[in-house]
Design a protein around this ligand. Structure first.
Ligand code: COA
Length: 613
């Protein structure tokens, strides 16, 4: 059935634009420094903590008044004092490769296809559904996301499409699709390392029919049977300065410059992949995450990627599909919402079978390389292979219960899960890990993220009670669990309301540097370094469908955990680096299973005791 885009759009209501949301306030110094001391105390000996108190006191006397005044001035002047800094520090100025730590992978539920023609049909349907979502975002027709009763900033949705990170020496540039005056009408399809421009919308912004898209994909297939001997896209997986040198060298050739412009202005990329098998001991689901994160190495699909593009749909040959997404323009939840929407379109079979056909030919986008660039391609392939082999990533679904259980016990599911990470880690390593958890700041105009830190002293006390031998009385363990989860939830609320610690400390550091002021001693202290070395790095990305996101660990000794708590099951993607030697994703999954079961048992036993009283 043909459905007009406008009819579909009118079923969504525009309630609020981001500019109506409050501006991010400058946080209060007293609260930030109290948090700093609390987190330090949980990690330090008494003597070390005395030293930290001195450092904080000196900071308050010497540096704070000037730095806070400068920050408040910036907060008055900008729509969001943090976001421009954050985009630079966390993304554009980072010189490290995008896969596997910065760019997450996202996995669709398994689709029902297993043939080359099925691969094209699903690629066409995913593309058309994504385009429908693009039009809704572009025309402000998406329902605002909410956190409780608070609407969230929706600007990230517009940044997802037509956007590219362009490599530059020192600091990359981000080119947003929504900034182009012209109407973007094409996507780029990559197969066997060859790039093609494929039309996806007509000049009136009507999506092409499924048959028109599929027909073009068939042409792509017929023109790309032989693998590209010089797949320059693999260099986009390497260090950013290396890629910047190659990129500017490519641009000197006019034809290359045209091809690169077509990639930059593509609404998104579709990678038609070749088949891949999981390594021994891993599942198909684990392999799906490898394909979404890095493509499995240069001999598999890593040469079939363009890591600068915000959205790359990766379409396997056996029903497994997903996305590699470049993180600069958006956080995980808008990407999760796009993936949910695409799944809805499949459930409702809501594709336009009729509609415009393409008015332009599929266009091969040649990139002519020099011998120097070819040498770089070989080196980048080797680097990618090393990373792909080193990353240990597993998909783990906890089936005994979902977020319904902690809710029934009047505990925040997110805080409950975070305490399970602390317990699992402690049982493996006999210490508590400095832990990063993303909190959204989207209640504020152009908001991005804050960091909810665990562990606190309350988390430490809960873990000690859980592992104590002989066992502690169950009501004491239960009280410690409730105190730890409440403390975590309280800090979560602080973070989401712009009273977190991390971004405020970062702001003082950056504003000192921007104003040529001396770097305060606090930022050179051991405790500041210690607090910024995370051994567990986590992010919750909830979705309605069975969609999982994943990313690599932020340090060699770290666990990277992306999780999706659903009502009756909890989904986790756990990653570690094999070369570290003392971490293992499977071992962590096993301990997490045990921690979640033990925590439920504590609650059940405590509830039974209370009901007997
Ligand atoms: N008793 C009963 N129910 C409770 C409860 C309690 N004490 N505390 C919370 N709940 C309920 C909530 O009402 C909510 O209900 P719902 O399922 O009907 O919506 C549910 O439990 C989940 O709440 P909670 O687990 O506390 O967390 P949250 O959903 O508020 O999420 C964050 C917390 C920090 C993950 C979230 O606020 C956030 O910032 N998300 C964005 C993270 C992000 O950007 N990630 C991507 C980075 S790439």
């Amino acid at each position: 059935m043909k459905q007009s885009v406008n009819a579909l759009a009118s079923s969504h209501v525009t309630i609020r634009q981001s500019s109506d949301l409050p501006k991010l306030p400058a946080p209060k110094p007293e609260k930030t420094l109290k948090h700093f001391l609390d987190f330090a105390e949980a990690l330090q000996s008494k003597k070390e903590f005395e030293e930290t108190k001195h450092i904080v006191h000196d900071f308050v006397v010497k540096d704070l008044p000037k730095l806070q005044a400068l920050l408040e001035k910036r907060a008055n002047e900008l729509p969001n004092w943090l976001t421009p800094w954050w985009l630079n520090i966390a993304y554009l100025a980072a010189r490290t490769p995008l896969p596997v730590v910065t760019s997450p992978g996202v996995m669709f539920p398994k689709f029902d296809f297993n043939t080359p023609e099925g691969q094209l049909e699903y690629a066409a349907k995913i593309s058309q559904a994504a385009i429908k979502f693009y039009l809704l975002a572009k025309n402000d027709q998406l329902k605002p996301d909410m956190s409780g009763k608070s609407p969230l900033d929706m600007s990230q949705y517009k940044f997802l499409f037509g956007t590219t990170r362009v490599p530059k020496i020192g600091v990359d540039e981000i080119k947003y699709g929504c900034d182009y005056k012209e109407k973007l009408q094409h996507i780029v399809v990559i197969r066997n390392g060859h790039l093609f421009r494929v039309q996806i919308l007509d000049s009136n912004e009507q999506p092409l029919s499924i048959s028109a898209i599929t027909e073009q994909l068939r042409k792509v297939v017929s023109e790309s049977e032989t693998p590209n001997p010089h797949p320059v896209g693999i260099v986009s997986s390497d260090g950013r300065d290396k890629w910047a040198i190659v990129y500017s060298s490519l641009k000197k050739d006019n034809k290359n410059a045209e091809s690169l412009e077509a990639v930059e202005k593509a609404l998104f990329v579709v990678c038609l992949d070749k088949s891949s098998d999981p390594p021994v001991g891993y599942t198909e689901k684990d392999e799906q995450s490898r394909q979404a994160l890095h493509g499995g190495g240069s001999k598999v699909n890593s040469c079939n990627r363009w890591f600068d593009k915000t959205i790359q749909f990766v379409i396997g040959t056996n029903g497994y599909t997903g996305m590699t997404y470049e993180h600069t323009p958006a956080e995980g939840p808008p990407v999760g919402a796009l993936m949910d929407y695409i799944c809805d379109q499949f459930d409702a079979n809501a594709f336009y079978q009729d509609g415009p056909s393409s008015s332009s030919e599929v266009q091969h986008l040649p990139l002519t390389t020099t011998s120097e660039i070819n040498q770089r391609i070989a080196k980048s392939s080797k680097n990618m292979d090393h990373t792909a082999n080193d990353l240990d990533i597993v998909a783990f679904t906890f089936k005994p219960y979902g977020k319904n259980f902690p809710k029934s016990a009047k505990i925040s599911p997110d805080s409950f899960i975070q305490m399970a990470y602390q317990l699992a880690f402690y049982r493996i390593h006999s210490s508590l890990p400095p832990t990063y958890e993303t909190a959204t700041l989207r209640k504020f105009t152009e908001g991005r993220t804050e960091n909810i830190r665990s562990p606190s002293s309350a988390a430490a006390s809960f873990v000690r009670q859980m592992v104590s031998k002989p066992p502690r009385p169950v009501n004491e363990i239960h009280d410690a669990l409730i105190h730890a989860t409440n403390t975590h939830k309280k800090y979560t609320v602080d973070c989401m309301n712009a009273s977190g610690m991390d971004r405020h400390l970062l702001a003082w550091k950056l504003i000192a540097s921007e104003n040529n002021l001396p770097t305060p001693e606090i930022f050179g202290s051991n405790i500041y370094q210690q607090l910024n070395h995370f051994q567990v790095s986590t992010s919750q990305v909830p979705t309605r469908h069975f969609i999982q996101m994943c990313f690599g660990p932020s340090a060699l000794d770290c666990y990277g955990i992306c999780y999706n708590p659903q009502e009756t099951e909890l989904h986790f993607m756990i990653s570690t680096f094999k070369s570290y030697g003392s971490t293992s994703s499977k071992k962590f999954a096993k301990e997490l299973q045990k921690a979640l079961i033990d925590m439920k048992s504590v609650i059940n036993k405590a509830q039974k005791q209370t009901s007997k009283l």
